[in-house]
Design a protein around this ligand. Structure first.
Ligand code: SF4
Ligand code: MG
Length: 323
């Protein structure tokens, strides 16, 4: 009997601009969840604020559109409350690497078993195209009165140094490749990060779909255009840390590859290290029934639906006694 595929599509009106790279990322997430037969009640999508923040509205699963820069604390809290969920957090480069940068670094230290996807277009699209943290120094996209005066963040290297244990980059118009990356990120045991390059046709008039296609990137030998993105797996790059002795060499190659930009931009898996214990493992070493009886499964009311928790003692502790 054929398996009935879970359909993650919704009828919610989508007001992303025509041609926005967000559509490809949304499709990739839906396809990855459907391919993996993840039941709808177990898939949970969290977002920050920005154009990408609308993503949970367009996926027929549980989810929360959270606060600016705060998607990772929400998502980590949900996963730790119920470790049986498949948690995917999404947000823009401004949301995650600007206001949310502190949470990005802290998340790396914890290594909670979940996925974080950044929709990386170099601009704050929702607020009319200001320079976001990944916009390169000196670029003048159409909303900027002057070229960008700030240097850009390298999300791949930052994730590595922060401690993420799966680090990849995709491109929003390579939907099948991105879908496969998302599936591998979900399967990874630990915190997975995918930086997804995506054109914002409304405000980023430099890193456009045509720019990624390489229409201006002509080979002197053949006279043909060369697409800017290339796949790491096609050049024999291996980002997996097979044993801890090779850790430094693997980290060094991530830094080297992540600095490639311009005419050749690598996509694929830069790094995967499953030798670091997840945060859930660290909790398990202290609370041995954590997975069977996580906070989300604790009773919070009695048979008459009265709360069984008593915060009276906590309030007593906090009371300032002037007597
Ligand atoms: Fe997409 Fe840019 Fe439009 Fe936002 S402003 S929906 S990122 S094209
Ligand atoms: Mg952005």
């Amino acid at each position: 009997m054929a398996l009935k595929l879970v359909d993650y599509k919704t009828e919610v009106h989508n007001d992303w601009c025509a041609g926005c790279g967000d559509f490809g990322i949304l499709n990739s997430i839906q396809m990855a969840l459907a391919d993996m037969q993840i039941p709808r009640h177990a898939a949970t999508i969290f977002s920050g604020i920005g154009c990408s923040g609308k993503t949970p509205h367009f996926i027929n699963a549980y989810g929360i559109h959270t606060l600016h820069g705060r998607v990772l604390p929400f998502a980590q809290g949900a996963k730790l409350s119920n470790p049986n969920l498949e948690v995917i957090a999404v947000g823009g480069d401004g949301d995650g690497l600007g206001i949310g940068a502190g949470h990005f670094v802290s998340a790396g230290r914890r290594n909670v078993d979940m996925v974080y996807i950044i929709f990386d277009n170099g601009v704050y699209g929702l607020t009319k195209g200001q320079a976001a943290p990944t916009l390169k120094l000196g670029l003048k996209t159409k909303s900027l009165p002057q070229p960008n005066a700030n240097n850009s963040v390298n999300p791949i290297s930052l994730a590595l140094i922060a401690g993420f244990t799966f680090i990849a980059r995709g491109y929003s118009y390579e939907v099948k490749h991105l879908k496969d990356l998302i599936k591998m990120a979900i399967q990874h045991k630990g915190l997975a990060f995918i930086d997804v390059l995506q054109p914002c046709p409304t405000y980023n008039d430099i890193n456009t779909k045509e720019w990624f296609q390489g229409l201006d990137n002509i080979s002197p030998e053949t006279g043909k255009q060369i697409p800017r993105t290339y796949k790491l797996e096609e050049i024999g790059y291996d980002g997996i840390v097979h044993n801890e002795d090779e850790l430094n060499a693997k980290m060094a190659q991530v830094i080297e590859r992540s600095n490639e930009w311009g005419n050749r931009i690598p996509v694929g898996i830069f790094y995967q290290n499953e030798h670091i214990p997840t945060y859930e493992d660290r909790i398990l070493s202290r609370i041995n029934n954590y997975i069977e009886s996580p906070p989300a499964k604790q009773n919070i009311s009695d048979k008459e639906n009265k709360p069984i928790s008593n915060i009276g003692r906590l309030l007593d502790d906090l009371r300032i006694d002037n007597k």
